[in-house]
Write a protein that binds this ligand. Structure first.
Ligand SMILES: [Zn+2]
Ligand SMILES: [Zn+2]
Length: 305
């Protein structure tokens, strides 16, 4: 190969690599990558300033088949988010909240609304969890009382069996709600039974307490690092519309979080994060190299636990 042809070949290769490396971040225009759209509210005014007139949950329709329930800080300062996702055959509820609430009634109201709108008599309800901490499972016994409800036990063995997760935590699996496939990704580290859900229809990634705009408590540093890398690998080449976790503890001011136990957060960070936050977290965890330190980042903080 002469010098000119070699230069040409190198240029072609460089161009190819450039295309490959950017391909994963691109989506064809103008159809939004075929992702089903939804909206998020500008704020979640669930917790005050006065508690007397606050319902236990704020219910937000992301679209007609996906609901976000935000628990009021007046019920429990953790103010967790719950997600209710509808397929043709099943509805899936992620988490049941913290403390004593009317979560079963709130979920049932959304279910009945959905059934009416869709001209249906009933739909099976699967209740699963992002992980087993108390502020995500407190309503389990109430949800068991709903018609056609199955509650997945929030224990690693039960979660693995229900979602057919083999070779935990390295292999992912899928779960079909009826023309709506979710990917299930094991992400232990915050808690031993932590899993993430990716909804192929909306390209939403649900990360529980493993990644959200707040304090990321790391219980098992080695497992956590592998889990974040697993999420990075899983999302590579996929569209990620939003990353949705289960709390908000950051303020809108970069690097600032609300003190633990804050009920009213009038200036809280938006719920939604993006894949760039996942990459930032991955870099941070890798640099900590097994020794988790308390450290503030722009949109989240890392805490050893
Ligand atoms: Zn947790
Ligand atoms: Zn939590």
């Amino acid at each position: 190969m002469n010098a000119q042809r070699r230069a040409g070949a190198i240029a072609t290769l460089a161009c190819l690599f450039a295309m490959l490396s950017t391909a994963s971040a691109q989506a064809p225009e103008p159809d939004g990558a075929g992702v089903r759209q939804g909206t998020l509210p500008r704020s979640w005014p669930t917790s005050g300033p006065r508690c007397a007139d606050k319902a236990d949950f704020q219910v937000h329709a992301y679209n007609d088949d996906l609901y976000i329930l935000r628990e009021s800080g007046c019920s429990n300062y953790e103010k967790p988010f719950l997600y209710l996702i509808f397929g043709k055959e099943k509805a899936l509820l992620l988490d049941t909240g913290a403390g004593q609430t009317d979560v079963d009634q709130v979920v049932n109201n959304v279910l009945q609304d959905w059934l009416r709108r869709n001209g249906r008599e009933s739909i099976a309800l699967v209740v699963a969890h992002t992980h087993a901490h108390g502020d995500h499972i407190a309503g389990d016994s109430q949800l068991r009382g709903l018609a056609r409800a199955t509650v997945v036990e929030p224990k690693p063995a039960a979660v693995q069996a229900f979602f057919a997760l083999r070779n935990w935590p390295s292999e992912t699996s899928t779960y079909d709600l009826g023309q709506r496939v979710l990917d299930i990704i094991p992400i232990p580290g915050h808690e031993p039974s932590s899993i993430a859900f990716y909804d192929r229809q909306t390209a939403l990634l649900f990360t529980g307490d493993t990644l959200y705009a707040g304090r990321l408590y790391v219980a098992d540093a080695a497992a956590f690092a592998l889990s974040i890398q697993r999420l990075v690998d899983f999302t590579h080449g996929k569209i990620v519309a939003h990353i949705l976790g289960n709390h908000i503890e950051q303020t809108r001011t970069p690097y600032m979080d609300y003190p633990v136990g804050t009920v009213y957060q009038p200036d809280e960070h938006p719920l939604e994060l993006g894949r760039a936050h996942l990459l930032e977290l991955n870099e941070a965890v890798r640099e900590m190299n097994g020794k988790v330190q308390r450290k503030a980042f722009r949109d989240f903080t890392i805490w050893p636990h």
